[in-house]
Write a protein that binds this ligand. Structure first.
Ligand code: HAS
Ligand code: CU
Length: 589
């Protein structure tokens, strides 16, 4: 792993007082773990749970890829497919993400505020989330033993009419409540810092964490109401009926912004760590703040783009959500510009020249850099398929097909997951005090992920266009006439092979990651660390942006107003015909 000593780093120290963003929470020579041993321990625990979930959830993914494609069907019977699929979705999309994010944010807040934030409250959120994870995971896995009569085969998008054992809903609720407490942890730390720094700009990483958590609070109200008011009483037998459309709507109210709860931590890494790894500095701090503010405002009033095909919701509401979604592309397009420009700056610091030749000067031998930048590259493709999803008319073509898993394996499955793995190569030595081991394996890993994901997601997208459904163990359709596949690039056999091969390469890549981290964890502490934890401040610092950007109270109020405007009427319509009665009011056509 390279310790990039750049001219940027020296400027960083000089600029420090001016920008208010510290180049590092650690003075040169001292590492994060030496300065913040308690925080480092909390982060290690969070990462341990996250990576445990990653390993099991990833194995379930391998089973699915092989089973669906018919490459190997010996792991489970098709009857157990939904147990596997639910385990895959919940362990990866909910547990791996939430624990990793909670750890990463602990690092970002403590580092940028230069204060330890680990204490009793931190361990409360950790153990609350852990208890929720165990409860949910055990309930899902019980599905493999039918004699127990306990199961939760409701998939990671858990809404009625599928019903899980109450323990699953309780587990999910505890994970969410734990994440709320984690948010309180960050906000209290910020309040303490603010009392001592009344006039300073909020350090960038803390700003990113706070805006993400505000978005998360606003969004997760939807799933909390869904679980507490409807699903839990229903599964306990306290109420006899439930309105599936109401639970779907509440779920998707949360289900879209949750994807930004995964994406924004990746953005935190792309904006603050990637430019440094590239050998340069972030181009613009204010632009990064604008992006996070826009995402806070626009993430939630868009959930109906998952319900374009739901009857019972007026087209007009769907149209509003579509418009909001299209606006929501803007912050990601700004990100593409700023982050790539910062990488270019880094490459030019390293002697890069030309319009594209500078790319060669990037540190392609550094696993952290490679993983983070390849995850960005794949996200450009995933964002493109997101644009297709978001158009109402195009959505009819791909909804409920395997195109959608193709889309989200590029986004949460790469933009988030590969960034998380890659930044761990850089972060883990700092939170453990140990040198990264097996560096060759670490370097091969992100390239392998990129290759596996290219094969798998590309074939999934194409198969989806041909109408191959998602979420089924038996997508064979032996009698499908060949004409269905006309006009689609490739044949079904070739797509299946690529999905099976891609899924296998992804699993091998994941194993490599786990082996590298376990090997590093097991080595004794000491010696010179392989990374430099300092982060240089942006070229254009926060002082070049208006103060209003830091007014997170104002942005929160506007975000709430937008949600009220988007959701009041449709929810009112659903509630008016009976809160727990299935159905919806007639819709004029
Ligand atoms: Fe999505 C379905 C629309 C982003 C995740 N999405 C899903 C589902 C998941 C998911 C999990 O409108 C399935 C849920 C289910 O089970 O049913 N999505 C979008 C849109 C975006 C988008 C418009 N999705 C995400 C992100 C996710 C995620 C992010 C997780 C992290 N999605 C949809 C829609 C559906 C949907 C519909 C419903 C489909 C259906 O019918 O069921 C946008 O946010 C995307 C914007 C992104 C861009 C790309 C910008 C490019 C960048 C790369 C920069 C490059 C770098 C590297 C840094 C415009 C930022 C350079 C490297 C060098 C070497 C130079
Ligand atoms: Cu969405």
């Amino acid at each position: 792993m390279t310790a990039t000593a750049t001219s940027g780093t020296e400027d960083a120290v000089a600029d420090d007082a001016e920008t208010g963003e510290s180049p590092s929470s650690t003075t040169p020579g001292s590492t994060y773990i030496e300065t913040y041993p308690d925080d480092a321990k909390l982060i290690r625990y969070s990462f341990a749970v996250a990576f445990g979930a990653l390993g099991i959830g990833g194995f379930f993914g391998l089973i699915q890829a092989l089973h669906r494609t018919g490459a190997f069907r010996g792991f489970v019977s098709s009857a157990d497919y939904y147990t596997v699929l639910t385990g895959h979705g919940v362990l990866l999309a909910l547990v791996f993400t939430t624990f990793f994010i909670a750890g990463l944010f602990t690092w970002g807040v403590s580092r940028s505020l230069e204060r330890s934030i680990a204490g009793r409250l931190s361990w409360i959120w950790f153990w609350t989330m852990f208890a929720g994870t165990v409860l949910a995971a055990v309930t899902i896995l019980a599905g493999f033993v039918p004699s127990l009569g306990v199961n939760a085969d409701v998939l990671f998008t858990f809404y009625a009419p599928m019903e899980a054992n109450p323990a699953f809903y309780l587990g999910a609720a505890l994970i969410i409540v734990g994440s709320w407490i984690a948010g309180a942890n960050y906000f209290l730390a910020y309040r303490g810092w603010r009392a001592e720094h009344p006039d300073d700009r909020i350090p960038l990483q803390t700003f990113m964490v706070l805006t993400t958590m505000l978005m998360w609070y606003l969004a997760s109200i939807g799933v909390a109401v869904e679980v507490v008011a409807f699903l839990l009483p229903w599964s306990l037998g306290l109420i006899q009926t439930v309105d599936p459309l109401m639970t779907r709507t509440l779920f998707w109210y949360f289900g879209h912004p949750v994807v930004y709860f995964w994406l924004l931590p990746a953005y935190l890494v792309w904006y603050t760590v990637l430019p440094k790894l590239a050998g340069g500095r972030l181009l613009s701090d204010p632009l990064a703040r604008v992006v996070f503010v826009l995402l806070l405002l626009l993430s939630t009033p868009t959930g109906f783009h998952h319900q374009y095909l739901d009857p019972g919701i007026a087209e007009g509401f769907k149209f509003v959500a579509m418009t909001n979604t299209m606006f929501l592309l803007l912050p990601s397009l700004i990100t593409a510009f700023t982050v790539v420009a910062s990488m270019e700056h880094g490459a030019r610091q390293r002697g890069g020249t030309g319009y594209v030749n500078w790319l060669r000067k990037l540190p392609w031998g550094d696993p952290a850099f490679v993983g983070i930048s390849l995850s960005g590259l794949m996200f450009a493709a995933g964002g493109f398929s997101g644009m297709v999803n978001a158009g109402m008319n195009l959505n009819y073509l791909i909804h409920n097909t395997i195109w959608v898993p193709g889309h989200f394996h590029l986004t949460v499955g790469t933009a988030f997951a590969l960034t998380a793995m890659a930044v761990t190569y850089w972060l883990f030595p700092q939170i453990s005090g140990k040198r990264l081991q097996l560096k060759t394996a670490a370097l091969v890993q992100p390239y392998l992920w990129f290759l596996g994901m290219t094969l798998m997601s590309n074939a999934m997208h194409r198969a989806g266009l041909a109408g191959v459904p998602r979420r089924t163990a038996e997508p064979q359709y032996p009698n499908t006439p060949a004409v269905v596949f006309q006009g689609v690039v490739g044949g079904i056999g070739e797509m299946r092979t690529q999905i099976a091969l891609g899924g296998t390469l992804l699993f091998v890549s994941l194993l490599l990651f786990l082996v590298v981290i376990v090997a590093t964890w097991l080595t004794p502490r000491g010696g010179q660390l392989s990374v430099d934890g300092r982060i240089p401040p942006a070229i254009s610092g926060p002082e070049s942006g208006p103060l209003v950007l830091d007014d997170i109270r104002l942005w929160t109020i506007i975000a709430v107003v937008l949600v009220v405007l988007t959701y009041t009427l449709p929810l009112w319509g659903l509630a008016a015909d009976g809160l727990i009665q299935p159905g919806s009011p007639p819709i004029p056509v």
